[in-house]
Design a protein around this ligand. Structure first.
Ligand code: PMP
Length: 285
């Protein structure tokens, strides 16, 4: 099915939705993006995603050529134009087309692109039985080099980690930071359950501040579960009672094996299942 793609205020059929090969989004990965979800025609946590988009843009000195409120409207319009009830939305803002050379000041017209499409989640079997992941040798980028809090078009760090995981037979990979602490997975945040508490790396570990992560922390607090954002080691992961990942595309997905170690009983645990249900209710609210 051909989608209607939003580019700078207009809709184009998928086949005709094009931007310049001189765009620095393509030439240098110079730009920012968001991945969002629609549930029953409503975009989940739209304002939070738009806020993060503008913060990412600010961090890279990219002026988005429209107000945040208008961007929210544009996302909703794109969802409607594609009659998308349940699906995934990709919002991209590039630096715009410029000359061959890094200088962003020579770029004009940042391109605002919105795609609303279906989503291919992990297979249901992985939600039922849990994922196996591996720690990879590719470190999460040093926050002083390029902050992982910026959701930029430059995802090579994550792609290299993903490739290493895939070669080891795992669809998701665990990345450590420059200090050897647990950071996050290539497209998901990580949580552990230990002694009835929920543990997750803090933002200072050099991670993306996931919208799903925030939502799950809220769910845990509602459930009366203590949440600790604290530095974690691989050892903490290995001895956890439960482990799960969160992300817009993945939602909440249990992890039952890490680096060949069985986590907890080897089956998705009760706290994970409870938080999965609570998160689902939030998306359907
Ligand atoms: N970490 C990384 C590196 C990501 O790319 C993502 C989003 N795919 C996440 C975490 C999860 O963030 P969110 O819950 O906002 O989708």
């Amino acid at each position: 099915m051909s989608r209607q793609i939003y580019i700078n205020g207009k809709f184009y059929p998928q086949e005709d939705a094009k931007i310049s090969v001189y765009d620095h989004g393509l030439l240098y990965g110079d730009g920012v993006f968001e991945g969002l979800r629609a549930y029953n025609g409503n975009v989940f946590r739209l304002h939070e995603h738009i806020k993060r988009l503008y913060e990412s843009a600010k961090a890279i000195l990219l002026d988005i050529p429209m107000a945040a409120e208008k961007m929210c409207d544009a996302v909703n319009e794109t969802v409607r134009a594609n009659r998308l009830e349940n699906g995934y939305i990709r919002l991209v803002v590039t630096r715009g087309s410029g000359s061959l050379g890094l200088d962003p000041n020579r770029c004009s017209n940042p391109q605002v692109i919105i795609i609303a499409d279906s989503i291919s989640l992990y297979p249901q079997e992985m939600y039922d039985n849990g994922l196996e992941i591996v720690t990879v040798s590719v470190q999460r980028m040093h926050p002083a080099a390029l902050s992982p809090r910026i959701k930029s078009l430059n995802y090579l760090n994550n792609i290299l980690a993903k490739l290493e995981g895939l070669k080891a037979g795992c669809v998701e990979s665990l990345m450590l930071n420059h200090k050897g602490e647990v950071a996050e997975c290539t497209g998901d945040n990580i949580f552990l359950v230990r002694g009835g508490e929920l543990w997750t790396p803090p933002l200072e570990a050099g991670i993306l501040e996931g919208i799903t992560r925030d939502a799950v922390i809220e769910c845990a607090r509602d459930a009366g579960i203590a949440v600790r954002e604290q530095p974690l080691t691989k050892h903490d992961v290995y001895i956890a009672d439960e482990c799960f990942l969160t992300g817009t595309a993945a939602e909440v997905i249990p992890v039952v094996k890490v680096d060949s170690r069985t986590i907890g009983t080897g089956a998705p645990g009760p706290v994970t299942r409870d938080l999965e249900q609570r998160f689902k209710r939030l998306t359907q609210a």
